[in-house]
Design a protein around this ligand. Structure first.
Ligand code: C2E
Ligand code: CA
Ligand code: CA
Ligand code: CA
Length: 279
């Protein structure tokens, strides 16, 4: 048993060392990627359900790795979140996304007059007081009107980061819009919604994709409650016309999903001719 135990300990040790080395390597690669401009943003349109018009975009990060090709966010964000690298990524994203929306607005003022840009903010970044200055700086540098910037945060962050509430309050004071991402996957009850520092609710795509007939009633309930508390609703993961029709019938104002437009790199053209042209 003794040798066995030691064997296990050694194996664990080797595994752990390999994992730590892999993580350190990935962190160094991300750092290098930031300085070498290897990251890029893809933009997915958010559409008005009733009119089919463009409401805005969500910026989704991609890593164009010189050897590994296009790396999806799930493959590097969890590691970035274990250090302050996620804050550097957040700053980079805020700066690029706000500038992009202003550029599109200048190219096509009519199509983008009130269009919004949603940026995902991680819990670790929201926990830092400096995020407030960084957001202010990105708005000043780009010239974007505060309310056109949407910060997306997940429910778990609101529950787990003690400073989240105060920081969101300060951000909303600046005039920025706050959106609760992946709603329904965490532990926020509908009743808690009215106390949270959020303006918009994003219903997680799992609700649209569930085969359970009871789910439709749940979505209806979430939308009714959100509206009662003065919140806007965005449904995520719309993949067909039937889902879109159902959302229209229950009064969901905005939607996002592959059926309406896939995330795509910034086209250097106007909204009328681009891949996300309003229907
Ligand atoms: P999310 O914020 O929930 O973003 C929505 C994800 O759903 C995106 O995946 C998007 O490509 C995907 N999606 C959109 N429409 C559909 C659809 O109709 N069907 C299906 N099946 N999927 C759809 P993506 O781009 O891989 O991003 C994954 C997650 O990574 C995001 O989830 C977000 O949590 C995180 N993320 C992405 N970019 C950033 C960023 O710049 N900063 C931070 N902190 N997190 C980011
Ligand atoms: Ca999001
Ligand atoms: Ca989401
Ligand atoms: Ca998600």
């Amino acid at each position: 048993a003794k040798t066995n135990g030691r064997g296990r300990a050694e194996m664990f040790d080797a595994d752990l060392r390999a994992e730590l080395a892999a993580r350190a390597q990935l962190e160094a690669d991300i750092q290098l990627g930031l300085t070498q401009d290897q990251f890029e943003l893809h933009y997915q349109p958010v559409m008005d359900v009733a009119t089919g018009r463009l409401r805005g975009y969500e910026a989704l990060i991609r890593w164009r790795h010189p050897e590994r090709g296009m790396v999806p966010p799930d493959a590097f964000l969890p590691t970035a979140e274990q250090s302050t690298l996620i804050c550097a990524i957040g700053r980079w994203t805020l700066n690029h996304a706000t500038r992009q929306l202003v550029a599109w607005t200048e190219q096509d003022p009519a199509g983008h007059a009130d269009a919004t840009m949603a940026v995902n903010i991680s819990g670790r970044h929201l926990a830092t007081r400096s995020l407030i200055d960084e957001v202010r700086q990105a708005l000043t540098d780009s010239g974007l009107t505060p309310k056109r910037l949407i910060l997306e945060i997940t429910e778990t962050v609101l529950m787990e980061e003690p400073a989240a509430d105060a920081h969101l309050r300060a951000l909303r004071q600046i005039g920025v819009t706050v959106s609760l991402d992946d709603f329904g996957t965490g532990y926020t009850s509908i009743g808690q919604l009215q106390k949270l520092q959020v303006d918009t609710l994003k219903i997680d795509q799992s609700f649209l994709h569930s085969p359970d007939p009871g789910t439709a009633a749940l979505v209806q309930l979430m939308i009714t409650a959100a509206h009662a508390f003065g919140l806007d609703v965005v449904a995520e993961g719309v993949e067909n016309q039937e889902q879109l029709d159902r959302l229209a019938a229950i009064g969901c104002e905005s939607a996002q999903g592959y059926y309406l437009g896939r995330p795509a790199p910034a086209p250097n053209v106007t909204a009328e001719t681009g891949p996300h042209a309003a229907a």
